[in-house]
Design a protein. Structure first.
Length: 474
């Protein structure tokens, strides 16, 4: 069978998806399994091709099945709109929707334009589905799906147990080779996305990762990681693992094998501060694999704040981890959660902490009950909007304690403060000289530089965020 995977066009309120722009890794993982079973796949990234060209290419490919990925709640409406267009222009094609958000809230996706909703790992659900469509098998016997059943929908049962990740084929990167130069993270380009493990054993209340993976944590072997790295030409790699180095022994083994293979990349990883505090030698080992930058979900600067989101970490670990990274000269991007229930003192406390720690790259998420999280179960009756585009974690969808304009005044001040602390610590001139040098060296284009600086300026204005509330209420 011919299967096309389409990545919906850009459509968020602030264009956040253009800040870090990454490969459709999920679809190419699923496509690799389908190719193994003899199906022919095509991946079309409408964010790059544009909707008209992408749809025209898809029509020309004439797929039997079209797969859509909806990972983000913000992508819901545009993914459904795309499915409706596919149905209009390719009425014979069956539309399957999968991905993180679709898996955590499948009932929302019961739309006339959708034929199947796939839950969980696509590798487990999509190949049996497409094989059954090809052979005339009974689709209702394939677990992990919602399928149409007369005028309603039928759930086919819990998706199969999740096997070791080495058992899956390597992602079908050849299907997105034409787009490879387009992907980037901040100012680093080209960028490849890579997964070395899936899942998380923790249970933070704002996060659906552990729910999606049913509290499993599964890994690829170091040998497999090296094998995949050899296929990647991009010098920059974003590792999608939610908690990198969760398994310390494997973290060490991967670093040793990558080094022994002579591979050097600029790795961006995400991890927890308790891991950094306990095992700082891992940072040193990974620095030797090229360059390293770390995303840290610090969430809060107080133990009470961490407890409120069930982070199972301490404020002291957050301080110690940052000091370790500073001592080791490793770049880091801390992220904090801003609670809509905050008053001015809470904002001041966070600003003071950032100043004291010199944590200039800090980013700020607004506590958001995303469907499929514990927080959603707890707070869904309190949300002020179900306009899903606003669930981008920079808009308040819960009632704010401060009047909304004052809340955003404080919120945008945090972004301004982060910039100010950068300039104080790194020097404004030095920052601009470094960026200028990167442009001259061809590492960053002027367009990308302008986009990044423009976004930084935008975030320092309350109106940026307030605007969406105005249009939601009008
Ligand atoms: C990489 C990543 C990013 C990157 C890239 C984002 C992008 N544009 O793609 C960056 C850092 C930029 C980012 C930003 C954000 N992210 Co993010 N991100 C991730 C992360 C860590 C990994 C995703 C990934 O590639 N995984 C690896 C691949 C293999 O898995 P996968 O895509 O899920 O695919 C599998 C299945 O879903 C399924 N599948 C996927 N597609 C399809 C299609 C079909 C047809 C089928 C059958 C199956 C299927 O099969 C695949 C293989 O098993 C996830 C957490 C996670 N572990 O999933 C969060 C996650 C997706 N992000 C999240 C959020 C909230 C955000 C932000 C809104 C936060 C913010 N304000 O900064 C922004 C929004 C950006 C945007 N709209 O583009 C949430 C989404 C929750 C939600 N309901 O919205 C997640 C789940 C994290 C979390 N803690 O809750 N993110
Ligand atoms: S926020 Fe991080 S530590 Fe918490 S459950 Fe999600 S992935 Fe795990």
């Amino acid at each position: 069978m011919k299967v096309a995977f389409l990545k919906p066009p850009v459509g968020g309120i602030l264009g956040l998806e253009m800040l870090t722009f990454v490969e459709p890794l999920g679809p190419i993982c699923v496509a690799a399994c389908l190719e193994q079973d003899g199906h022919v796949c095509k991946v079309i990234d409408l964010r790059i091709d544009g909707e008209e060209k992408g749809i025209a290419d898809c029509v020309a490919f004439d797929p039997d099945v079209v797969g859509l990925q909806c990972n983000f709640t913000t992508e819901r409406n545009r993914t459904i709109r795309l499915a409706q267009r596919i149905k209009r222009e390719m009425p014979k094609a069956l539309v399957v929707i999968g991905g993180h958000d679709a898996s955590r809230d499948p009932d929302w996706f019961r739309d006339d334009a959708i034929d199947f909703i796939a839950m969980g790992d696509g590798e487990e659900v999509m190949p049996p589905l497409v094989n059954a469509l090809a052979d005339g098998g009974d689709i209702r016997k394939i677990p992990g799906l919602e399928v149409r059943d007369g005028s309603g929908w039928l759930f086919t049962g819990h998706a199969p147990a999740r096997p070791h990740l080495d058992m899956y084929p390597k992602p079908a990167r050849h299907l997105i080779a034409q787009y490879a130069d387009h992907y980037y993270i901040n100012f680093r380009k080209p960028l490849a996305l890579m997964e070395t493990a899936r899942g998380c054993p923790f249970k933070c209340n704002f996060c659906s990762v552990w729910k999606f993976h049913e509290s499993t944590f599964r890994e690829k072997s170091p040998a497999r990681v090296v094998e995949e790295l050899r296929d990647i030409t991009a010098p920059n790699i974003f590792i999608t693992d939610d908690i990198f180095w969760m398994n310390v022994k494997r973290g060490e083994a991967m670093a040793k094998e990558i080094k022994a293979a002579g591979i050097k990349k600029y790795f961006t990883v995400q991890t927890r501060t308790d891991i950094i505090c306990k095992f700082p030698h891992l940072i040193e080992m990974w620095k030797d694999c090229g360059n390293l930058a770390i995303f840290l979900g610090l969430e809060s600067v107080t133990d009470e704040g961490l407890k409120a989101v069930n982070k199972k970490n301490t404020a002291d670990n957050n301080v110690r981890a940052i000091n370790i990274l500073k001592d080791l000269g490793v770049g880091f991007t801390p992220n904090f959660i801003v609670d809509p229930a905050w008053d001015r003192d809470d904002f001041t406390r966070l600003r003071d902490w950032i100043e004291k720690m010199g944590a200039y790259n800090s980013g700020f998420s607004i506590l958001t009950p995303l469907p499929g999280t514990d927080l959603w179960d707890h707070d869904k009756k309190r949300v002020t909007t179900r306009r899903w585009e606003m669930y981008d974690i920079v808009h308040a969808v819960l009632p704010t304690k401060l009047p909304l304009d004052e809340f955003y005044e404080e919120y945008s001040r945090l972004w301004q403060h982060s910039l100010d602390v950068r300039y104080r610590n790194r020097g404004k001139m030095r920052t601009y000289v470094q960026l200028g040098a990167a442009v001259l060296a061809g590492k960053v284009s002027l367009k990308e530089l302008n986009r990044g600086l423009g976004m930084a300026r935008t975030f320092t204005k309350p109106q940026t965020f307030l605007r969406a509330h105005d249009s939601a209420s009008s």
